[in-house]
Design a protein around this ligand. Structure first.
Ligand SMILES: *Cc1c(COP(=O)(O)O)cnc(C)c1O
Length: 368
């Protein structure tokens, strides 16, 4: 290694923490409920530690994570916000959960019994009970809920602090989602009456549920995607500010003749003499290869420019013929404020959640 300064990154993600806080404020105002900020999958690719630190003093009820690895990352850096595990846990993970006082959600008697045993001699462990109202991923069926809670309440080393369920199609199916709110609300009322136990936290909504529905029974919401500035429902997008912008640079601009082929498979031939920009980003950075030939565009000098041919691992080619002032080194937005992750997702036949979580470690993240 020479002593020269390292060069700046070729492809990077700019992460705007003010936008993150703006989106959280929107979630608080719209729901008027306590918030569990969902930070799973590395805070949707935004870096769990940085996002955890940024939100730790924002009066959140919980950070929601998928796994103990994620919970550990937040604990290690000293986050004081309580940590909630969003799905069923493995038996081998439970000792760590108990000793860190993380909050699991319970889907079965067996899990509860194990947590009860592991927590002997300690203050009761705060846990939530999960109801399966249609997600099919975990929880007690509503018909078995009262019996389940009765058993859970018999464990002296547990305290059943909350009850939750999850919405599988709040951004797609209004009728079904309304029925879920109804079923959940009835289930909560009934289980409370049957067992004489009331819950501190009652929660159902993800981002789409929070944005598009109201509930009188819940007092906690669990937004994920919307915190990162993308609305799962288009009509609410204007309320939010995208937090992450994926950027790269033009490495070179070349003049190529009509008929010249572009990229692997030679699936594209230039229809005119063109200026073709080669940009230093590809699927190796998480930019989706499946956007090839789907009219994908990038943002250069405040203009949209079409992608030519297939996305390669490290580079893409873009038509800048009409952008006469484009130069080598120019900044390129792949997605962010001007081209929403939603648009890239649609063209790549996936969802914005996946566009964020597939950003690879090669991409440097810059926070401001
Ligand atoms: C991921 C997740 C959320 C957040 O979902 P978004 O659609 O990103 O808001 C909420 N609750 C649970 C149980 C989840 O798994």
């Amino acid at each position: 290694m020479s002593n020269s300064q390292p060069s700046p990154p070729r492809t990077w993600a700019e992460i705007n923490l003010d936008a993150l806080k703006h989106n959280l404020d929107v979630a608080k105002e719209l729901s008027n409920q306590r918030v569990m900020a969902v930070l799973k999958a590395g805070a949707y690719g935004h870096d769990i530690k940085r996002i955890g630190l940024a939100l730790d003093d924002c009066d959140l009820a919980f950070f929601g994570v998928a796994s103990v690895i994620e919970a550990r990352k937040l604990s290690i850096i000293g986050c004081t916000t309580r940590i909630y595990l969003l799905g069923p846990t493995l038996a081998v993970e439970r000792e760590e959960i108990v000793s860190n006082r993380w909050t699991p959600c319970i889907s079965s008697i067996a899990e509860a019994e194990h947590f009860d045993q592991l927590n002997q001699g300690n203050e009761p462990l705060l846990v939530h009970i999960t109801v399966d109202t249609g997600m099919g991923r975990g929880g007690f069926l509503p018909s078995l809920l009262s019996e389940g809670l009765k058993k859970l309440l018999s464990y002296k080393n547990l305290y059943i602090e909350g009850i939750g369920s999850h919405l599988p199609s709040a951004d797609e199916d209004r009728e079904f989602t309304l029925s879920q709110f109804e079923i959940f609300s009835k289930a909560v009322t009934k289980v409370t009456e049957d067992n004489g136990h009331s819950f501190d936290y009652i929660h159902l909504s993800n981002s789409a549920g929070l944005l598009d529905y109201t509930s009188t029974v819940t007092n906690l919401v669990r937004p994920g995607l919307m915190l990162y500035g993308i609305s799962p429902i288009v009509k609410y997008q204007a309320k939010l500010k995208p937090v992450l912008t994926l950027k790269s640079r033009i490495s070179i601009i070349r003049n190529l003749p009509e008929g010249h082929s572009i990229s692997y498979g030679r699936t594209t031939f230039l229809e005119r003499d063109s200026r073709v920009a080669t940009i230093g980003v590809g699927y190796g950075d998480g930019y989706p290869r499946s956007i090839s030939h789907q009219n994908g565009e990038v943002w250069i000098r405040a203009k949209r420019c079409p992608i030519l041919g297939r996305v390669t691992m490290d580079q893409i080619m873009v038509d800048v013929t009409d952008l006469t002032d484009a130069e080598d080194g120019d900044e390129v937005e792949l997605f962010g404020k001007h081209i929403l992750a939603t648009e890239v997702a649609e063209k790549a036949a996936t969802i914005p959640w996946e566009i964020f979580t597939r950003i690879t470690p090669r991409v440097t993240k810059i926070y401001f």
